[in-house]
Design a protein around this ligand. Structure first.
Ligand SMILES: Cc1cc2nc3c(=O)[nH]c(=O)nc-3n(C[C@H](O)[C@H](O)[C@H](O)COP(=O)(O)OP(=O)(O)OC[C@H]3O[C@@H](n4cnc5c(N)ncnc54)[C@H](O)[C@@H]3O)c2cc1C
Ligand code: SF4
Ligand code: SF4
Length: 433
């Protein structure tokens, strides 16, 4: 295929998926390079989405299936962009497919291998609150639904290989090596997303030290019926249902000392959403949200905030949390905050504390920016051509950006930017032609 009809999308979260679908629907070939074994990104980890509280997987899974089946889309999962060279026709791109040690053309996704694999590993997808096997799919709706061997933990016992041969598939290949894919493309869309702020950097909150302090992404997995506790909210310390839960807002956001100075835009709304979901799971739970300001700027957002207060009786307390202490006898937590308006010190006991972690630039973005020769902004996100009127173009002609690779934002805004970037990329190709 002529490079004038090809767009490369880097990152297969909701923004990358939407960009690929919109490029492909215009008759242009789209390649999606995703570094993990499946497309889906962070949205696949969410239970429900604000402001409508729709099931996240019910919205995302059909899009993942569509992008996996679209005749104009090719998914290069478990792959990374290693080199990009500009020429007068576009970009020459070198991609490396990491070895899955499973032949995807033969793997049926039956999962028999994983049942026999003797190695259990902490499950990243379930925020480390569950285990998976060394041969695995990240989650049951993965696209492609093909197994991958985790090289770091596999002990090469070959049990999976033997069982896979015995069922006639013969997909396991422990001698697989990295594979190089070279493409000529006319335009590129960066959709590499975000990583959640590392809560351990806020030492005063005891994350990683106190069992019952968790991040909001971990709570999303606990809330999910497909999560590690099948949707039951249980304390890590003793497996009991918590009856008093606190949310601490702006963890890593609006904080130049231990995090990022910007507002992450989604944390107020996801805390409101999760507080309502907690009340639905545990009707007699008391939920308190410690906040600096509540920011509900989107369509239907303020209404959900009012419902949380009036219908669900969630308590909102204005206060910057200074410190969290654990009571060793019962592993409850004391939250100490200062009311930012009155200066009064608030101190309360809770059975679980959820840290509303902000959004940070993803790992590897600095290296990718060098490969693409696309500058980053002062926080480490991809810099747009013009923050007012050219928001999904980068400073490099032919390279566009969408979603949280550009700045923190929610799913609806990520999807809108993805469609805009797809339109710009295809227009760029057609103008060149
Ligand atoms: C706790 C929590 C709750 C949330 N709840 C909601 C909600 O209810 N509603 C809502 O609208 N939003 C919510 N959000 C925000 C939502 O997660 C984001 O808006 C959305 O996931 C952004 O999608 P994205 O595609 O930009 O990024 P991501 O979902 O991060 O996807 C990026 C993809 O790119 C891949 N990638 C990264 N680097 C590379 C590379 N170099 N090469 C190849 N691939 C790469 C990643 O593996 C990933 O698959 C929540 C966020 C958090 C933290
Ligand atoms: S590797 Fe073999 S046993 Fe495992 S899921 Fe694929 S086909 Fe099934
Ligand atoms: S070879 Fe590795 S992945 Fe396969 S069963 Fe043994 S430990 Fe598990």
């Amino acid at each position: 295929m002529n490079e004038k009809e090809v767009v490369l999308i880097i990152g297969g979260g909701i923004a990358g998926i939407q960009a690929a679908l919109d490029v492909a629907d215009q008759g242009v070939k789209a390649y999606v390079v995703e570094s993990t074994p499946s497309v889906g990104g962070h949205m696949a980890m969410l239970d429900k989405t604000f402001p409508t509280l729709d099931c996240s997987a019910c919205i995302l899974t059909p899009k993942m299936v569509d992008v996996g089946r679209h005749p104009n889309v090719e998914l290069l999962t478990y792959s990374e962009v290693k080199r990009v060279k500009r020429n007068d026709r576009g970009f020459e791109v070198k991609i490396v497919k990491k070895p899955r040690y499973v032949d995807v053309s033969k793997c049926t996704g039956c999962g028999v291998c994983a049942r026999h694999c003797p190695v259990e590993v902490s499950d990243d997808f379930n925020a480390g609150m569950d285990v998976r096997k060394a041969i695995y799919v990240p989650f049951p709706q993965a696209v492609p639904l093909k197994y991958t061997i985790d090289e770091e933990h596999c002990i090469r016992c070959e049990l999976c290989k033997r069982i896979c041969e015995s069922i006639g598939a013969g997909a396991v290949n422990l001698d697989q090596v990295p594979e190089e894919v070279n493409l000529n493309v006319g335009a590129i869309i960066i959709a590499t997303g975000y990583k959640p702020f590392d809560a351990k950097r806020k030492k005063a909150y005891g994350y990683g030290k106190y069992a019952n302090v968790l991040t909001a992404l971990e709570l999303e997995r606990l809330l999910s019926a497909a999560g590690p506790t099948a949707g039951h909210i249980l304390r890590r310390s003793d497996g009991c249902i918590p009856k008093r839960v606190a949310f601490v807002q702006c963890v890593g956001s609006r904080d130049s000392h231990h995090g990022y100075p910007y507002c992450s835009r989604v944390c107020c709304m996801y805390a409101i959403k999760d507080s309502i979901l907690l009340k639905e799971h545990i009707p007699d739970v008391d939920v308190t949200i410690f906040y600096m300001d509540i920011r509900t700027y989107g369509k239907g957002f303020e209404e959900l905030y009012q419902r949380a207060k009036e219908e669900f009786k969630v308590q909102f307390k204005r206060g910057r949390v200074a410190r969290i202490y654990e009571i060793p006898e019962n592993q409850n937590l004391i939250v100490r905050a200062e009311d930012t308006e009155t200066g009064e010190i608030l101190q309360e006991e809770f059975e679980m504390v959820v840290l509303s972690v902000g959004l940070a630039p993803p790992d590897g973005i600095a290296e990718l920016s060098k490969i693409l020769e696309v500058p980053l902004d002062e926080y480490g996100y991809i810099e747009e051509a013009d923050a007012k009127v050219d928001t999904v173009s980068t400073k490099v002609p032919g390279i566009f950006v969408a979603g949280t690779a550009l700045s923190p934002k929610d799913v609806p805004d990520s999807v809108s930017e993805a469609s805009a970037a797809a339109m710009k990329a295809v227009t760029f190709l057609r103008r060149r032609k």
